[in-house]
Design a protein around this ligand. Structure first.
Ligand SMILES: [Zn+2]
Length: 318
């Protein structure tokens, strides 16, 4: 069954490989390097239809170097992911997802954290032009647009953050709440035409700041937003560091019980996580999750989770 996966951190790994060449690092081949959970061979084996690629700048990168890091990751997306793999097709506009041919894998850029552009909206407009189709205001720390989920202050959007959400609306770009504070979530939900949780689970099942409370989940569904579950064990179980596919399905069950059957999907966080759900260790193992889901849900429901729900919620002019 085809899969759309809305979050991975392969670009950060590719950048790290390239930047550390002088210190024993090596350039990673996107085709088959085993260090990449989402390499092309694994995407093919997992039957991925489309993979999202986050631009993510680690918080310890000095502010005046962040834009350069973002450009390097975008360059690696164009050169290594797209440039060397003709079967991977760049999705620069949402409707292009509907025109992928059999054997082609869509690839699209997202931004995880406004730190990359600081307060420079010229840079933000360049990101839109380069094909960024979903923007999360923060990672876990604060920046000029908002506080992140790990920031004790727990603030919401700044004036600049609100302006960015409006620009996202104008460009038909998702505003991703996955790393938002609770306050930031509600600010985004009020302003965004296209709210999205690219990689978050249910807080009722696992009480972690990266997950969503039931009132948030219900409000997201009421606003026609999507929630894509994440495969990171600390966001699946709060009492242990490991997780099984059954544990992950508890989150899917809960989101469905809150009315999300047609508004949920998958955002693995592969290449950004260091522990894994058993039997779901990289993109090649995706069908293990599908096969398990088919024991409890109909083919129509599972294909919804896997890719169809996303395709029926593409941002378009309102
Ligand atoms: Zn993340």
């Amino acid at each position: 069954m085809k899969i759309i996966d809305t979050h991975c951190d392969a670009l950060l790994k590719l950048q790290f490989g390239k930047r550390t060449i002088n210190n024993g690092g090596k350039p990673l081949s996107y085709q088959d390097d085993p260090q990449l959970d989402t390499n092309l061979n694994r995407l093919k084996k997992g039957q991925l239809m489309t993979q999202f690629y986050a631009i993510f700048i680690e918080p310890d990168v000095p502010s005046d170097e962040k834009w350069q890091h973002a450009l390097e990751q975008i360059d690696l997306f164009y050169e290594e992911v797209l440039g060397k793999n003709p079967e991977i097709k760049h999705i620069k506009k949402w409707e292009e997802l509907n025109h992928l041919k059999d054997g082609e894998i869509g690839a699209l850029l997202t931004l995880e954290g406004a730190d990359a552009f600081g307060n420079d909206l010229v840079k933000l407009r360049h990101l839109y032009r380069l094909g960024v189709l979903s923007i999360g205001m923060t990672w876990n720390n604060a920046n000029l647009c908002a506080d992140g989920a790990g920031e004790p202050r727990g603030g919401g959007l700044t004036l600049l953050g609100k302006e960015v959400v409006k620009l996202n609306n104008e460009h038909h770009v998702f505003t991703d709440v996955s790393h938002s504070t609770v306050k930031g979530f509600w600010d985004i939900l009020e302003l965004s035409d296209y709210p999205f949780a690219s990689h978050s689970n249910a807080r009722a099942i696992c009480d972690h700041p990266r997950n969503l409370y039931d009132d948030q989940v219900k409000a997201m569904f009421a606003k026609d937003g999507l929630i894509h579950v994440v495969f990171n064990p600390p966001f699946i179980n709060e009492d242990r560091e490991t997780a099984t596919i059954s544990d992950l399905i508890k989150h899917i069950d809960h989101l469905c019980a809150l009315g999300g059957e047609k508004q949920i999907g998958f955002g693995s966080d592969f290449d950004g996580i260091s522990t894994f759900v058993e039997k779901l260790e990289d993109a090649s193992t995706y069908q293990n999750l599908i096969n398990e889901l088919l024991k409890f849900y109909s083919e129509e429901q599972v294909s919804g989770f896997a890719y169809k729900n996303f395709l029926t919620h593409l941002p378009k002019a309102l």
